[in-house]
Design a protein around this ligand. Structure first.
Ligand code: AMP
Ligand code: ZN
Length: 115
């Protein structure tokens, strides 16, 4: 029970680690939608963007700075890549621990959304 991604951070649920620092953990998406598909999460549990405030806004800067490192590690920093947050039910969020998808490894990542 509890939060799946908190369980990944504490090791209760296994994952394939891509990057970690004091505040951020990143791992391979279990159902990759692109050659590179990494999930980046903060070690502080917040559910959605709606839970961000001026007091915890470092969550997003910590995540985005990690994205930069991950893109370099995965070799997509020069070519480019897509960064996605599915936020809330209409946004397609299914895991309620704020996370960023880093997707790349193709020459063209395609249309931004399917109409
Ligand atoms: P979303 O909440 O829609 O942004 O997406 C959640 C993402 O988590 C999906 O891309 C899933 O494939 C991924 N996912 C779910 N469970 C796991 C897991 N145990 N390990 C890695 N990725 C997962
Ligand atoms: Zn959590």
């Amino acid at each position: 029970m509890g939060c799946l991604f908190c369980n990944i951070i504490n090791g209760t649920t296994p994952s394939t680690k891509v990057y970690e620092n004091d505040s951020v953990y990143a791992f391979e998406d279990i159902n990759p939608q692109a050659p590179v598909h990494v999930l980046v999460i903060h070690k502080s549990h917040v559910e959605t963007i709606e839970d961000l405030t001026a007091d915890n806004s470092s969550i997003m800067s910590d995540i985005i700075l990690a994205v930069k490192e991950i893109a370099r590690t995965k070799g997509v920093d020069r070519k480019g890549y897509r960064v996605i947050i599915n936020n809330g039910p209409a946004g397609g969020q299914i895991i309620w621990h704020l996370h960023v998808h880093v997707m790349g490894g193709r020459d063209d990542m395609g249309p931004m959304v399917v109409r």
